[in-house]
Design a binder for this molecule. Sequence first.
Ligand code: S3P
Length: 426
Amino acid sequence: MIQEFNHIETVNGQLSLPGDKSISHRALIFSALAKGKSIISNLSSAQDVNSTQEILHNCGIHFTSEQSKILVFGKGIWGLNRPQKILYAGNSGTTARLLSGLLPMQKFDSVISGDESLSKRPMKRVSQPLIKMGAKITLTDDNYLPLQIGKSNNLKAISYELDIPSAQVKSAILIAGLFLEDETQVIENVDTRNHTEVMLSLPVKKNDHQTIISSSIKYAPVPQEYFVPSDISTASFFIVLTLLLKNSSLLIKNCSLNPSRTGILKVLKQMGANIEILNNFISSGEVYGDILVKSSNLVNIEIDSNIIPNIIDEIPILTIAGIFADGNFKINGAKELRVKESDRIKSIVTNIQKLGLNIEEHEDGFSVFGNIQNKSVLFESFGDHRIAMAFSILSLILEQGGKINNFECIKISNPQFIEQLNQIIG
Ligand code: S3P
């Protein structure tokens, strides 16, 4: 489906956005592993989160809803049932990778599959450490899904230094560690999002260069009430839109402010963005609060490559901010973009070329120069929700608007994107 966007002048008002996708996946998984009833409020409506819930349901976990809350009847760490079908993770890397940590520890075999995009994303990064723990996992010859999991009797704790900064890999290992008496350790040289350790209250040690996180059966989840704060990655699209339009102001309520995710706010503020945090609350260890954003004149800066894992999902929308900021926009050290829902470097480069801007592609990033030449453009989503939404925001700013091909993929993270936009368009 092609979605058309007309140019808008301002946005104003406030938004309450659905729950954070990363926290929602974990709230579902940890509730399923806890013995008893957990309650989740503001669970994400993303299709990806639905994939996690559906798999847990196929493993015998019962869910009901009450008002806007989800009740999860967890069965304890070894309580899952053998699924009667292949477990389909859809487009969701987080579902496939986090559940890869959980399923090999069960007393049954299972298979995880995914859609076309997920079936081309690297899985060895997660199977390799799990196989070291004794998990029986096989992938295709190219190391892709489907992931076949067998029963294993010889599971053991490991200490594993991540060679790729990936919260999904870290989480898979730490989740597997919850089934073992001995302590499993994950060593990070570059920090990645820390929801797993925060939500499970895992011990974390930091020295000058590394973060070491441990897990063991002592930290197996117990039933809880989770409030999932709004998704900062979703909020970023609306934040950049507000910054780039004149006479605009937007309050985003109860948004996740976990420091391992707020790199986008830090970078935008360094670029001159008028962004204020109005208050701070905590639920299940996760910090959240309200974000007030106002129209700003942005200037491009040198983006430190150490912050890349913190802003990895926001690079498409940050690029849109960068196009309109003074100076040239440049990203380096972001090779991981090549293995997201699409090759995001290619996707961004292709769409930006359609604007007539000059863009130089590198293996781990890109640099944008020049001025927008072509004013009415049909952008391609490449079936990637964050590319579709980033170029929707750009279309709203372009004088003659713009169109997005294959727009329906936005449902992967935010099915209500258009309704939310309509709430704030002046
Ligand atoms: C996620 C981690 C990140 C991120 C993804 C969600 C998570 O991936 O890009 O959208 O919830 O752990 P990597 O950890 O593979 O970089």
